[in-house]
Design a protein around this ligand. Sequence first.
Ligand SMILES: Cc1cc2nc3c(=O)[nH]c(=O)nc-3n(C[C@H](O)[C@H](O)[C@H](O)COP(=O)(O)O)c2cc1C
Length: 223
Amino acid sequence: MKVSDALNSRKTIRAFKADPISQEVLTDILETASRTASGGNLQPWHVHVLGPNDVQKLVDKVAAQLPETPMGQGAEYDIYPRKLKDPYKSRRFDIGERMYATLGIPREDKAARLMWFANNFRFFGAPNAFIFSIDRQMCEGQWSDLGMFIQSIMLLAREYGLDTCPQEAWAIWQGTIREMFEIPEDRIVFCAMGIGYRDDEAVVNSLDSPRAPLEEWASFSGF
Ligand SMILES: Cc1cc2nc3c(=O)[nH]c(=O)nc-3n(C[C@H](O)[C@H](O)[C@H](O)COP(=O)(O)O)c2cc1C
């Protein structure tokens, strides 16, 4: 598979088949992803890999807590800037509207939207998952390295016919995650990611996210 094929075929999948992925395949993906570049070769990523049993345990644990604490323990970092400005704010709004239009859930139906959102906390049916964390000491540069590592995993997954769903939503359950998987206090839980085979029958997976034209975010000089 060409890198461009992996990039062009990757998209966020929000409905997976139940078929589990072997520990060997997930290990292969991670070992190759560790070739990701990082400033000073710090390799500041940490990943905890969940088999189907632990995916289920985490999903059950959160489901039991959801009614009392719908916002979990809260993320330990700002998932978005507090006053997100344009064009970013509009892009965020737009993808949300596109997703709910694909699902046929109208704007007024807040309950249905919330119910759909809760699928995040079932990993959208993915049989396996990763939890990504990073040492609290790290700053912007290393968070960017972690992001590149995550992207490597998403692209490598395509080579195996697998798909992924990166999920910052899980950051709000960092307390539960930390306790269950013994993530030390000196690390921040950044996000999780469901991985598995995409369910092509699920309408939500037909969502294609747009991109801003290159002129909006690239500039050239000196050619
Ligand atoms: C770090 C990160 C966290 C994300 N968190 C969530 C999430 O919690 N729930 C979700 O449904 N999508 C999540 N997404 C998916 C984005 O909404 C998606 O990448 C974006 O809309 C572009 O669509 P595409 O990935 O299909 O190209 C996340 C993506 C990234 C990179």
